[in-house]
Design a protein around this ligand. Structure first.
Ligand SMILES: Nc1ncnc2c1ncn2[C@@H]1O[C@H](COP(=O)(O)OP(=O)(O)O)[C@@H](O)[C@H]1O
Ligand SMILES: [Mg+2]
Length: 259
């Protein structure tokens, strides 16, 4: 369902500013994310999408502005206070790195163990459950090196959802995937929303995927939310910045970076 303004947002960002030295990356971002919606976050490379999402899951603190999760302002919270908040948020990082020396089950159980869960039966059961959700049942013993790129992304997704988050952020989940595999990731993203009530925030340049999965598109420019609307509204928008993005979307792919 598209966002309705009568609902309380899961995430409310107001006047968010962030800079790195003289580089003013975020310059007053206002954005609401509602329960049970899929939002695609678009914008030119280096425009601050990853930085914005890191603020929304409590991994970075703003220079100015506020971030509320479920109505609670997290912008000045200590690391200890942020712990429970971060459990509401899952993240699939760019290049979704798995631990190479751990098998699939150990990778997925990692955040549970960090959470203090040690009961083997519970760990096994939770791992099996999320492997079923990402359509990789019975793959517990495989090593990451034995899996295709698409399967590795699914395992990374399983690891993100095993903590039962309310919201998952995906940083370039389609990067490096062939169209068929990208579509299968899209199906999983929608399934998490529709069957599990999760909100999805997806940073991507793949317009085919955007138009397949987005309830709402948020387009960032000059460190702010420049435009937002539905896929149909984007397709028919005369705005030159949106038209440029749509027409040149293949050239916007992020170059690999280390941050
Ligand atoms: N931790 C950091 N320290 C310094 N600069 C950073 C850091 N993280 C991101 N940046 C810079 O902020 C800008 C926005 O980065 P990013 O959010 O990764 O862009 P996008 O995801 O839209 O491509 C880039 O110029 C990047 O180099
Ligand atoms: Mg990025």
């Amino acid at each position: 369902m598209p966002a309705s303004s009568s609902e309380t947002p899961l995430i409310r960002v107001r006047n968010l500013h962030q800079n790195f030295g003289a580089s003013r990356v975020l310059r007053g971002v206002d954005l609401d994310i509602y329960p049970n919606e899929t939002v695609c976050l678009l914008g030119t490379s280096g425009g601050g999408k990853t930085v914005l999402v890191k603020h929304m899951i409590g991994l970075m603190q703003p220079r100015q502005g506020t971030i509320e999760i479920d109505g609670v302002d997290i912008s000045n919270m200590s690391e200890r206070e942020l712990g429970p908040i971060r459990k509401k948020m899952g993240m699939m990082f760019q290049n979704g790195a798995l631990f190479d020396s751990l098998n699939v089950a150990q990778n997925i159980a990692f955040p549970l163990r960090e959470d203090g869960i040690t009961d083997i039966d519970e760990l096994n059961q939770r791992v099996a459950e999320v492997l079923g959700i990402v359509r990789l049942p019975g793959q517990e013993e495989k090593m990451p090196s034995e899996l295709s790129g698409g399967m590795q992304k699914r395992v990374a997704l399983a690891r993100a959802i095993v903590i039962k988050p309310q919201c998952i952020c995906y940083d370039e989940p389609h990067a490096g995937l062939d169209p068929i595999t990208a579509e299968s990731i899209d199906k999983l993203i929608k399934c998490l929303q529709q069957d599990h009530g999760i909100s999805n925030i997806v940073i991507t340049h793949e317009l085919r995927s955007v138009f397949r999965i987005a309830d709402r598109i948020v387009f960032m420019k000059d460190g702010k939310v420049y435009w937002q609307g539905s896929p149909d509204e984007m397709k028919s928008s005369p705005d030159p910045a949106l038209r440029d993005f749509i027409n040149g979307s293949d050239s916007h792919s992020d170059a690999p970076h280390t941050s």
